[in-house]
Design a protein around this ligand. Structure first.
Ligand SMILES: [Zn+2]
Length: 79
């Protein structure tokens, strides 16, 4: 399947109805046709991302090489 955030096909199934994108390091789950997006940090904490735009912003931050602290993630999630 395509990653709903970056359109990469570099995705894999990691659980029942849970997918992982190796390019943007996000997890997705299809919940009754509604795509839920999660960011899993280095500590294993998962952050639910409200929508694709927030996920994109997070991915851009990761790709720019910025360190993502939980405070920074919270800030991005809240918009
Ligand atoms: Zn992706």
């Amino acid at each position: 399947m395509f990653c709903p955030v970056c359109r990469s096909i570099n995705t894999g199934k990691v659980g029942s109805n849970v997918y992982y994108c190796a390019d943007c390091l996000l997890e997705f789950t299809d919940k009754n046709g509604q795509m839920e997006i999660f960011y899993i940090d280095a500590e294993g904490a998962s952050f639910a991302l409200r929508d694709k735009n927030i996920a994109l912003k997070l991915v851009e931050t990761i790709r720019s090489g910025s360190q993502l602290f939980p405070e920074k993630i919270e800030e991005l999630i809240k918009g």
